[in-house]
Write a protein that binds this ligand. Structure first.
Ligand code: SAM
Length: 510
């Protein structure tokens, strides 16, 4: 399911897969000398690693093998050799793992969205705990005596309330199930076969896998997707071809408020609004679903699939859907960040509140606040909350919802954390933060943003992370600035995938 844009909003600065055991990735002697891409080996998968691949060894050489689980014996082909580790793809499964189960989804082996559907859920989450412990132990840049204590701070993972159908958002691509090309009179001709809507498989960006089932997204979203398919079959409207830049339908966005039942559909198209209005009148006849509260057409005339400022037109209903978290209501517009597992998010936010121990005296920073969901939840315990977010529509959504939720002690700043914290929110200015909650994208915190937060000397720093490797990097800086790591609470927001969410609580030393 490669279209998923979350939990990241920007690329990680560390490779996704890397040796976690500092001493296990170093190949010595013969294995290194003789390994090269294309070679076939038989290996036993020992454990799972950060990023989701299985780990095996050829002699001393660590080999990362995607789409494998511990206990399997597999025949692999080496695809990359990096000198001290290698990557491989599975050619044949020679022996199943003892606890391996039948994946629910028929697309499991092709789609790439789920890594671990063939593992029982309790095993998946216990492997996630292990990965966090190993990542912190081996990637946190602090002295060995401190590093060796970090694994002991990791608490038992809080499972996702829903193991299947937990996603409230789905992003798909329109495209072709296959694409042939031919050279004619010096020109390349493209034959688009099978216009469809689905996911790009890893490494196959030109074509789209037409999925007929997915067990991650909400079932009502699945019904709406069936409406889109029927609509495409009936109208035969042209699908966009990124090679020729011809065609209409580019991507599709579906969202549902799990507590409210409200649904949004957004068609991203290469066309102007006026060309499309009559077409979508027709769509409304297909999708006469009571939950459909927002029909959007998003103009994208550019070559880029994700333009900076897409033009959003609301053709029916309202330009947002409503969702609740606890007793709070949020209006979600198409491009604002909102956690994709609604019920799991409530567990996550509760872990933040439990760890932050906020009192009525505290002035709380909610950094990377999205639409201000964390800040609005913690505001009831604090004197004041200040949110910072760079995405313009997320900040608009934050202001609107804080008003509707009647929260008087919260303010928001629009801008990049690395600038705002050193400028409008620098220490000695309007606010002195006694508690800082930071929830950065996968890339972790910009060094200036982290330095700016630490300059406030908050008593407690709660670091919410969707990428344990970049968290480990930032943790090193925080520990060296005079903090103790109290706890790391993993919360599973992404069953069947290798994504990991954690809430770390750090206390300033006296
Ligand atoms: C992981 S999301 C967290 C959102 C929010 N805390 C929540 O729980 O829904 C990260 C957020 O950081 C924002 N962001 C990314 N880079 C940023 C930056 N340099 N400064 C401020 N916000 C940023 C993104 O737009 C996104 O809303």
């Amino acid at each position: 399911m490669s279209n998923s844009s979350d939990p990241s909003t920007s690329g990680a600065t560390v490779p996704l897969e890397q040796p976690i055991k500092a001493d296990s990735g170093i190949a010595t002697g013969n294995a290194t000398a003789t390994i090269h891409p294309g070679q076939v080996h038989t290996v036993a998968i020992e454990k799972l690693t950060f990023g989701g691949s299985g780990l095996a060894h050829i002699g001393d050489l660590a080999v990362f093998v995607p789409s494998t689980i511990p206990g399997q014996k597999v025949e692999i082909v080496i695809t990359k050799f990096r000198g001290n580790s290698a990557e491989a793809r599975v050619q044949k499964i020679l022996r199943k793992a003892k606890d391996e189960i039948m994946p629910r989804c028929q697309h499991f082996h092709d789609c790439g969205g789920c890594q671990w559907q063939n593992l029982p859920y309790d095993k998946q989450i216990s492997y996630k705990e292990d990965i966090i412990r190993e990542t912190l132990t081996h990637l946190t840049p602090v002295d060995e005596d401190i590093r060796s204590t970090l694994a002991g701070r990791v608490l038992k993972i809080i499972p996702s309330p829903q193991v299947y159908h937990y996603r409230n958002k789905l992003e798909l691509s329109f495209g072709f199930s296959s694409m042939d090309t031919e050279e004619k009179d010096g020109k390349r001709i493209y034959f688009d076969n099978g216009p469809t809507v689905g996911f790009h498989q890893p490494g196959k960006w030109q074509t789209v896998l037409p999925i007929s089932e997915c067990h991650l997204y909400d079932e009502q979203i699945g019904q709406l997707l069936s409406d889109v398919r029927r609509f495409m079959e009936e109208t035969r409207l042209p699908v966009y071809n990124p090679k020729t830049h011809k065609g209409l339908f580019r991507t599709l966005l579906l969202r549902r408020g799990i507590h409210t039942g409200e649904m949004m559909i957004g068609f991203v198209v290469k066309a102007r609004k006026k060309e499309l209005e009559p077409i979508f009148q027709h769509f409304m006849r297909f999708a006469g679903r009571s939950g459909l509260k927002s029909l959007l057409v998003i103009e994208n005339m550019s070559l880029n699939d994700k333009p900076e400022e897409p033009k959003v037109h609301c053709l029916a209903g309202k330009p947002y859907i409503t969702e609740r978290l606890f007793d709070l209501t949020f209006e979600i517009s198409p491009f604002s960040f909102f956690q994709t597992n609604t019920l799991g998010t409530e567990k996550l936010y509760q872990a933040i509140v439990d760890g932050a121990e906020i009192t009525q005296k505290d002035v709380v920073l909610d950094a990377y606040c999205g639409m201000g969901t964390i800040g609005q939840y913690v505001a009831r315990f604090a004197q004041k909350v200040v949110g910072v977010e760079s995405h313009p529509t997320a900040i608009e959504d934050a202001l609107k919802s804080a008003g509707k939720n009647r929260i008087g002690n919260i303010s928001f700043y629009k801008g990049r954390m690395e600038q705002v914290i050193g400028d409008q929110l620098s220490p000695g200015g309007k606010y002195q933060f006694s508690v800082a909650i930071v929830d950065p994208p996968r890339a972790g915190m910009h060094p200036k943003a982290l330095a700016g937060v630490l300059a406030h000397k908050p008593e407690r720093l709660v670091y919410v992370s969707c990428n344990t490797a970049t968290f480990a990097r930032d943790l090193g800086v925080i520990l060296k600035a005079g903090y103790d790591l109290r706890t790391v609470q993993p919360v599973d927001l992404f069953p069947h995938t290798a994504h990991i969410e954690t809430v770390a609580v750090l206390q300033r030393k006296a």
